[in-house]
Structures are given as structure tokens and as C-alpha cells.
Ligand binder design. Structure first.
Ligand SMILES: Cc1cc2nc3c(=O)[nH]c(=O)nc-3n(C[C@H](O)[C@H](O)[C@H](O)COP(=O)(O)OP(=O)(O)OC[C@H]3O[C@@H](n4cnc5c(N)ncnc54)[C@H](O)[C@@H]3O)c2cc1C
Length: 462
């Protein structure tokens, strides 16, 4: 049970946040009561604060702990599982005004940033210096690094370069009681004690609030090749993905889009993509490496039945392909009143099995399932079209979700490759991590947050 923010605490908070950085107006609050998850409930906070300093974050948590009201940290609110929805009310702490780059160390190839910095903006700044921060969630022009770290986000480049987790060296974190700790070090290696940095990454704002993040950078690849291959059958495209990885070629991007998703994006954007299932492929590195790898991939694509392989010859061509890919989520949402977007991942050799079983499930259930995503790393976005206002249709869609999870686990996969658990998937985590796994997760939460005031209700079923 949670108490409302008591008047005394409210007065103290009002003193902590200057005018314009604090609101309790219902018309403002409603904007912070949902994120991008269709399958998660909505709930507005009672108050919203926009801190600009670690001291404000720490003082807010001290008050929350003393007066026992919940606090939900939030970046841009693009999360796909309801992780930033203040389901128990209380205060939403919006970190978007803590958005500075504090340091880019070109000798050590590291950066120190505040959590509210938009990912794409950070990438632009480091690339001006010939450096590279690879994690590229499709939401990168809006989502924040703090949100990416809290969700352990990934993107198309994960196939070669890994995900956010692989680039976080350390953090400054405000704990639920308001104390501040520093995890990790500014070194590439550090094995002092338990790895608290890794524990924080992907903890969905339930253990602490990141107020500074130290990131690892790498040199920017000099060359890039982009191609799109079309297939009559999605199963052939999926087999081509497994064949490329099986041939030990790791492109920097290997994205699959089924015909239904391609049609949806064409309806929206009219970019001239072929009416087929597609693979979007990039190779990078030196000029020679990028060219040679793409040539080897083209050979495999043709052997595996590609009807056409088109290379992007200009930057505009490439930008258009990416616009189509990044609009896929929005385009597929427009095909039905509601869409449940799952992001299961399987070992890469099982991608053909996953795709085949999803097709069979769609036929059997009569529910439209559109799939696209990061097939190169085994992570597919499975989009189940539905209508929440039609109870029968929505119930069937939820049964389909459960079946998708069952298939995924049978194939040796995981319920979420990058979107996380939040509210939407909390009830399913035991099926993957087991009863003991849930017990340990609960115990860790209790250790960090004995009064359960920081982002309660997420990850662990209540
Ligand atoms: C169109 C679209 C495309 C997407 N594509 C991808 C994709 O390719 N890959 C992918 O992984 N995700 C994707 N997502 C999901 C989403 O963008 C990511 O989860 C992203 O990292 C969320 O960042 P945010 O700033 O919006 O965080 P929010 O949604 O505001 O918050 C997400 C979580 O982070 C916590 N949080 C935020 N800031 C902090 C902080 N400083 N300290 C502690 N906790 C914090 C919140 O409490 C919440 O639990 C997509 C979403 C959309 C709408």
C-alpha cells in the first residue's frame, strides 16, 4: 500500500524545485502516465519534478523514503513495457533536463554524460571527433541515455557491436534512501567486488537513479556499405540470416522485415521498397573489409534465393532505407486499433524456426502477426494486431502472446531481447527465470529499496 504525497512533503518538494521545474496540474500530469506500451496500464503521477542536479534527486529520494511515497524516474517516456508508468502514483522524476555531456576523453576513449541526454545527440557529438557510440535503438532521436541504460537497450548494430550494457563503464547512482554511490571505474577493466554497474543496467529504474553515466567509445569505422535483399518467402529470408552468421560473417546490421511490415511502411511512406520480405544489411570497417564482407554476403543471399539485392549507392538512398526501417513500428501500429509488440530473442540459428512457427500461429489463431527486427542478433519484434475495445479479440491476442513466449522458450530463447519487463511482462518472468530466480530478484530489490518506493510494481509480479 502506498501513501499519497503528504502535504508536509509536498511543501518541501515545492521548495526544492524552482518554478517551472515542478507541477501538480492535472493537465500536465496526464502526459507522464503512459509510455509507448499498448499492453501496459496507464496511471498519472500526483506530482512531477524536473531535477537539474544530483542534490535535487537525492533530496527527493530522502523525502520519499521518509514520507513513504513512490517515485518513478523517467527519461523520454518511449519505453515499450510501461516501465516508466507511475502505477502507484506519487512523484515522477523527469531526468531530461540533466542532459549535459560532461566530458569526452579522446585519449582514453570514454565519455561522461548526464542521463537525460538524447542518444542520437550524443552519437553526433562523438562522431564529430571520429569516435563511435554504437548502441542505436530505433528511438535514438528521442530516447535518453539514462532510459537506454535502465532498460539495457539495443538496436540494429547489436549484431556486431553489442548493446548499451557493453558500453557502460560506471555510474553515479542515487539510491532509494537518497545516498549516492559510484559504480565501476574509468578503466576498461575493473573487477573490484560485485559488478554493481551491470546490476544497475537493465534494472528499469527500480534499484537506483543514474545521475551520471560513464561510457566507453570506439573509433568510428571509416567505410560503410548498405544493401537490401528481397525474398518471396520470409522463411527464405530467415534462412539467409542463419546462413550468413553460420558462414562466420558478422555484418554491422542484419535486419529482417516480413512482407506485411514492408507493406505497412510503404502505405505510410511510399519509399519504393519491393513488395517482398526484406533483409537490410550493412557492413563496415576499413574500405576493404566493408566491401569484401558485403560481396561474400551477396553471394550467400543469392544462393539462398534472394530475388534481388540492391545496394544503396548514395547517402540519400541509405537514409531512405533507414527511414523505412525506423518507421516500421509506427507503420504497423496504424493497421489496427491496438498492437502488442513483443521483442523475443532466440539463438540465431533458430530464427528460421521462430519465423515458421509464428506464421503457423498466425494462421491457426486468425490473428495478424507481423514480424520485423534485429534477426542478426536473434531478436525479433513480433507485432500482434488487435483491438482492446473488442474483449473477445483482445483475449485471443493475449493467448497468442503467451503462445509466442512458449515457442520462444522452447527454442532456447528469452522473453525480451531489449524492451525489458516493466509492467507488461512482469507476470511472465517466472516462466523464464524460475521461482528461485524471482525470489533472488525480490531479495535484491528489498536490499536496495526496503520500503519499495522506487518505481514499485515493475519487473517483479506484485
Ligand atoms: C518507435 C520506438 C522504437 C523503439 N526502438 C527500440 C529499439 O530499437 N531498441 C530498444 O532497446 N528499445 C526500443 N524502444 C524502446 C525505448 O525507446 C527504450 O526502452 C529506451 O531506452 C527508453 O528510453 P527513454 O528515455 O524513453 O526511457 P523511459 O521510457 O522514460 O524510461 C524507461 C525506464 O528507464 C527508467 N529510467 C529512465 N531514466 C532513468 C535514470 N536516469 N535512472 C534510472 N532509471 C531511469 C524509467 O524508470 C523506466 O523504467 C523503442 C520505442 C519506440 C517508441
Amino acid at each position: 500500500m502506498y501513501l499519497m504525497i503528504p502535504n508536509d512533503a509536498r511543501k518541501l518538494l515545492e521548495r526544492l524545485y524552482p518554478s517551472g521545474a515542478w507541477t501538480c496540474q492535472p493537465e500536465d500530469l496526464v502526459a507522464y502516465g503512459f509510455d509507448a506500451a499498448a499492453a501496459a496500464p496507464e496511471h498519472a503521477p500526483e506530482a512531477v519534478g524536473f531535477p537539474t542536479t544530483v542534490d535535487q534527486v537525492s533530496a527527493s529520494m530522502r523525502l520519499a523514503n521518509e514520507y513513504r511515497f513512490p517515485v518513478t524516474p523517467r527519461g523520454a517516456g518511449t519505453g515499450a513495457v510501461g516501465a516508466s508508468v507511475p502505477i502507484h502514483g506519487g512523484m515522477a522524476l523527469i531526468l531530461t533536463r540533466m542532459n549535459r555531456i560532461l566530458e569526452i576523453d579522446t585519449n582514453n576513449l570514454t565519455a561522461l554524460v548526464e542521463p537525460g541526454l538524447v542518444t542520437g545527440k550524443f552519437q553526433e557529438e562523438v562522431e564529430k571527433l571520429g569516435l563511435f557510440y554504437p548502441p542505436d535503438p530505433a528511438s535514438l532521436h528521442v530516447s535518453t541515455l539514462g532510459g537506454n541504460v535502465a532498460m539495457g537497450s539495443g538496436g540494429p548494430r547489436a549484431v556486431k557491436y553489442g548493446v548499451t550494457r557493453d558500453y557502460v563503464l560506471g555510474m553515479e547512482v542515487v539510491l532509494p534512501d537518497g545516498s549516492v554511490i559510484n559504480t565501476g571505474a574509468k578503466t576498461i577493466k575493473s573487477v573490484v567486488g560485485y559488478d554493481l554497474t551491470r546490476l544497475m543496467v537493465g534494472s528499469e529504474g527500480t534499484l537506483g537513479i543514474a545521475t551520471k553515466i560513464r561510457l566507453r567509445l570506439i573509433p568510428k569505422p571509416v567505410a560503410l556499405r548498405t544493401a537490401v535483399a528481397s525474398f518471396a518467402q520470409v522463411s527464405d529470408a530467415a534462412r539467409a540470416v542463419a546462413a550468413i552468421i553460420g558462414a562466420r560473417i558478422i555484418p554491422s546490421v542484419l535486419e529482417l522485415m516480413d512482407r506485411g511490415s514492408v507493406r505497412a511502411v510503404e502505405k505510410l511512406l511510399k519509399t519504393g521498397l519491393p513488395d517482398a520480405s526484406l533483409l537490410l544489411i550493412e557492413t563496415d570497417g576499413s574500405e576493404r573489409q566493408a566491401t569484401e564482407e558485403m560481396a561474400m554476403i551477396e553471394t550467400i543471399l543469392r544462393e539462398r534465393g534472394a530475388e534481388g539485392v540492391r545496394t544503396a549507392s548514395t547517402l540519400e538512398d541509405r537514409a531512405l532505407l533507414w527511414k523505412a526501417r525506423r518507421s516500421m513500428s509506427q507503420a504497423t501500429s496504424m493497421l489496427a486499433p491496438d498492437k502488442i509488440n513483443e521483442d523475443v530473442a532466440v539463438p540465431r540459428s533458430r530464427i528460421p524456426d521462430l519465423v515458421a512457427r509464428l506464421e503457423e500461429l498466425s494462421e491457426r489463431s486468425g490473428v495478424t502477426i507481423l514480424s520485423f527486427g534485429h534477426a542478426g542478433d536473434g531478436n525479433m519484434h513480433v507485432n500482434i494486431l488487435t483491438d482492446k475495445s473488442d474483449p473477445q479479440r483482445y483475449t485471443i491476442a493475449q493467448e497468442v502472446v503467451e503462445e509466442v513466449f512458449r515457442i520462444t522458450l522452447e527454442l532456447g530463447g528469452t522473453l525480451s531481447g531489449e524492451h525489458g519487463i516493466g509492467l507488461a511482462k512482469a507476470k511472465y518472468i517466472e516462466s523464464e527465470i524460475g521461482e528461485r530466480g524471482v525470489e533472488i530478484t525480490r531479495a535484491i530489490k528489498k536490499l536496495f529499496d526496503p520500503n519499495n518506493i522506487l518505481n514499485p510494481g515493475k519487473i517483479i509480479p506484485e
